[in-house]
Design a protein around this ligand. Structure first.
Ligand SMILES: *[C@@H]1O[C@H](CO)[C@@H](O)[C@H](O)[C@H]1NC(C)=O
Ligand SMILES: *[C@@H]1O[C@H](CO)[C@@H](O)[C@H](O)[C@H]1NC(C)=O
Ligand SMILES: *[C@@H]1O[C@H](CO)[C@@H](O)[C@H](O)[C@H]1NC(C)=O
Ligand SMILES: *[C@@H]1O[C@H](CO)[C@@H](O)[C@H](O)[C@H]1NC(C)=O
Ligand SMILES: *[C@@H]1O[C@H](CO)[C@@H](O)[C@H](O)[C@H]1NC(C)=O
Ligand SMILES: *[C@@H]1O[C@H](CO)[C@@H](O)[C@H](O)[C@H]1NC(C)=O
Length: 757
């Protein structure tokens, strides 16, 4: 007995510390699986909370992509005998060309292999004659086809890796495709020759499990599909067609459902990234000048509506997008509940319910509405059953079995991650003529890149403040940036400036001296793009000697100037204007309705805090067109402003009792170490834009003018502030500055004039 009790106690003693040390529920995501035999031949791996991802060098793919750690065991099980390996990426077999020659003729084609195509005599060639195997496992260009073109529809060809049945191409004739074993068919398995001489559906493509779309491919296909569908929704409005511009009524007839997979394989960091991706997508859609309604869902085992279509529509117009943003922000990783499953069936049921609710609310409007469903998923539908019947229900609700109404519904899927189940997902998307609705991208960064690439140049030329945020080493993150040099022997002056319309650069007046002429000014924009200067004009009240009688040696009020270029620059991702407050353009960027747009409202939205987070940039890197450094500051207002202004007295050449004689209300103030240390401006950064990021757009609120002390020495090009080193920025909200900007930018005759309030 005693011995038994003792044994029991001993066992408890041994177990207890184990229990005490066992992972708590929050740390259960720690890798608890054995670390033996995990290596991959020719590559490496990274560990996340519950899985391990294999990585191979360029041109290779891992024979096994992921292992999951569950209950202290890896699936699939590691084996010492047969470790995973990095294999060479191949492109699908191009030797399927009918009635032509492919060279070289090889068994396998690897990355960078070049192939050329030609037709036998009597056959006409279409497609790309030279194709290169790309690192994503696809051939570039388009499918080469040798056809006779004697039938009603052109020969639809045989895409690489596939085979086709059907070789007569008259009206109602069908062709069907299959892909080689181990490849998955994306696109239309079956195509029909239509009356109009076109094939239904989209050309099939054969994807290996390592095949991805590049962000460029996805972006082009997604945005052209989206655009054509937005255009369709406009046609049904019966409004005047203003060129190709898409204009929907506010709160109009476009309903977009966005759903995000948050199942196990998405970790916390990815989850936040995914939320930002949704915001980015909403932002990009707003560039198309439409105001859609949104429902946002996050799903795993269960489905959470972040905001429902009903809620969205019953929120006041101007609060809607803000609400989406707020609700997304306040939804946390932990809120997701059970994350083991990917319940696509339940997701599509939930979307069906919302759609049905919309139909009940207003059937007439429902029938006129374009419905767009965009789902982000790893595609591993592992519970809830087959989602396809639910999707069919959605289709029937919207089309009412009328094929003409099929255009009213767009089903998109973005497959994200290493093991997207392509086969299953292909059945969940629209198969629309010549359009793609299914995209496969390796990770969320690539999805963001896709959306960033999505800006449609045609409709967004006039949009200000757009920039791409994912890569700060690229010019497209600072498309407004201008560097200015004024030649003036023996020393010229260097300044920064900002593109504010397609033909005007805003900078500081003190960059110029009397006697300067336009031909002495060099404006550098994009790398190697020097824009020719037509003229420049300083603020009429700028007068550096105006207060010398008050012991202010140099006086910088109204330190702004505009440089007018001889020609408009061609807008592109690398060349776009920054937003200027109190304009209609900026109203759009801030998502305000016309009636809400006032200068005061802009100032409230941008400058309401006592400490306003803002930035400006250093000069561009030598031999590059991006700034070397972003300088981050807090503009001091309210109780912080007085101390900031007061420090102006410490500047050399200034001897005043009231600092406000030097720093009037027409200046913004930054620098110092309270409550945090700011970055400070260096010589040569004057004239640059002081800007605020708001809703993904950049809005200029100041122009760098002068500072208390120059602490930039050659050895220390990126100084941080000392207690009294303050910088003063010309305040673009001030009425005297506004009137100057309005006079010139509002009457721009070379580029598009800005519309000031
Ligand atoms: C994982 O375990 C380590 C130490 O064992 C701990 O410090 C860490 O917080 C754990 N991580 C999580 C996410 O629980
Ligand atoms: C393919 O060619 C590009 C450019 O020539 C090169 O950078 C890349 O490393 C090559 N990739 C492979 C897998 O050979
Ligand atoms: C495919 O890529 C190669 C090499 O980058 C290029 O020379 C060729 O023109 C491309 N073909 C098409 C059709 O884009
Ligand atoms: C339809 O929705 C609007 C708000 O969007 C609401 O005011 C109205 O009561 C709803 N009608 C029905 C029949 O549910
Ligand atoms: C600048 O101000 C000073 C002092 O008031 C005045 O004498 C001078 O004429 C002004 N210069 C210009 C260009 O207005
Ligand atoms: C500032 O001005 C006052 C009188 O106006 C003078 O007494 C003082 O020496 C001046 N200070 C400097 C640093 O020039």
């Amino acid at each position: 007995m005693e011995r038994e009790q003792w044994l029991n106690w001993l066992m408890l003693a041994m177990i207890c510390p184990l229990i005490a040390g066992a992972p708590s529920s929050t740390s259960k995501r720690n890798v608890t699986c054995p670390m033996e035999n995990l290596n991959i031949v020719g590559g490496s791996y990274v560990l996340s909370e519950s899985f391990l991802k294999y990585i191979c060098p360029d041109g290779y793919y891992p024979s096994l992509q992921l292992r999951h750690c569950q209950n202290r065991l890896w699936t699939p099980k590691p084996s010492a005998r047969k470790p995973p390996e990095c294999k060479k990426i191949t492109c699908p077999n191009p030797r399927v060309l009918e009635n032509g020659e492919v060279s070289p003729f090889k068994d396998r084609y690897y990355v960078n292999d070049t192939t050329t195509y030609s037709c036998h005599s009597d056959y006409k060639f279409r497609g790309s004659a030279v194709r290169v195997c790309k690192p994503n496992g696809k051939w570039n260009g388009t499918t080469p086809i040798c056809g006779r073109d004697s039938d009603h529809c052109p020969d639809p060809g045989v895409p690489p890796g596939s085979s086709r049945t059907g070789h007569v191409f008259n009206i109602d004739d069908k062709v069907t495709y299959r892909c080689d074993s181990k490849l998955t068919l994306i696109g239309s398995k079956e195509r029909v020759c239509l009356d109009g001489g076109q094939w239904s559906g989209t050309e099939p493509q054969c994807y290996a499990h390592f095949t991805y779309d590049t962000p460029e491919e996805a972006s082009e296909a997604f945005s052209s599909s989206l655009k054509s569908n937005l255009a369709v929704s406009q046609q049904h409005e019966g409004e005047d067609q203003q060129g190709k511009k898409i204009t929907l009524d506010k709160g109009g007839k476009l309903d977009i459902y966005i759903a995000l997979d948050a199942s196990d394989s998405i970790d916390e960091e990815d989850f936040d990234k995914a939320k930002n991706t949704i915001k980015l997508l909403i932002d990009k859609i707003s560039y198309y000048q439409v105001s859609p309604n949104y429902e946002i869902l996050i799903f795993a085992t269960d489905v959470h509506r972040i905001i429902s279509m009903r809620d969205f529509k019953s929120t006041k117009d101007d609060k809607r997008l803000m609400k989406v943003e707020k609700d997304l922000d306040s939804f946390h990783y932990e809120d997701k509940g059970d994350r083991t499953g990917t319940n696509l069936a339940k997701l599509y049921s939930a979307i069906y319910e919302s759609l049905a609710m919309e139909e009940i609310n207003d059937t007439a409007t429902f029938l006129e509405t374009q419905h767009v469903i965009i789902v982000f998923t790893d595609g591993q539908a592992n519970m809830g059953g087959n989602p396809i019947p639910k999707v069919t229900k959605i289709k029937n609700l919207i089309t009412k079995h009328d094929p003409k109404r099929e255009k009213k519904l767009d089903l998109y899927v973005f497959g994200v991650g290493a093991d997207v189940n392509k086969q299953d997902v292909n059945g969940l998307v629209s198969q629309r003529d010549q359009e793609h609705h299914f995209f496969i991208l390796p990770d969320l960064d690539k999805v963001q890149e896709t959306f960033d690439n999505m800006i449609d140049e045609g409709t967004s030329v006039e949009l200000c403040g757009i920039h791409q945020n994912y890569d700060k080493t690229k010019r497209s993150a600072f498309p407004w940036l201008a560097q200015i040099y004024v030649a003036r022997p023996p020393h010229g002056s260097n300044c920064m400036g900002s593109l504010v319309t397609s033909s005007y650069i805003l900078t500081a007046a003190h960059c110029f001296k009397s006697g300067d002429t336009a031909d002495k000014i060099t404006v550098t924009l994009e790398k190697d793009l020097k824009a020719e200067v037509g003229k420049f004009v300083c603020h009429p009240e700028y007068n550096i000697t105006a207060k010398q009688h008050l012991k202010i040696k140099e006086y910088y009020e109204f330190d702004v100037a505009l440089i007018q270029l001889k020609k408009s620059v061609q807008m592109s991702a690398n060349l776009r204007p920054i937003c200027i407050p109190c304009t209609k353009e900026t109203n759009g960027a801030l998502r305000l309705s016309d009636s809400e747009g006032t200068c005061k409202r802009h100032e409230e939205l941008l400058m309401s805090n006592e400490l306003v987070e803002a930035s400006f940039t250093s000069k561009m890197k030598t031999s590059s067109d991006v700034p070397r450094k972003i300088r981050n500051i807090k503009i001091k207002r309210g109780k912080y402003r007085d101390a900031c202004v007061e420090d102006a007295k410490k500047a050399v050449g200034i001897n005043v009792t009231d600092a406000r004689d030097v720093v009037t209300d027409n200046f913004l103030c930054s620098g110092g170490v309270e409550p945090q240390t700011d970055d400070v401006a260096c010589k040569g950064e004057s004239g640059g834009a002081t800007y605020i990021d708001k809703k993904g757009r950049r809005i200029q609120v100041g122009v760098i003018s002068w500072g208390v002390k120059d602490i930039c020495t050659t050895g220390k090009p990126d100084p941080v502030s000392q207690a009294n080193t303050r910088d003063y920025h010309t305040n673009l909200f001030s009425a005297d500055i506004q009137s100057f900007l309005k006079e010139h930018l509002g009457n721009d005759v070379i580029g598009n004039p800005l519309k000031f309030f």
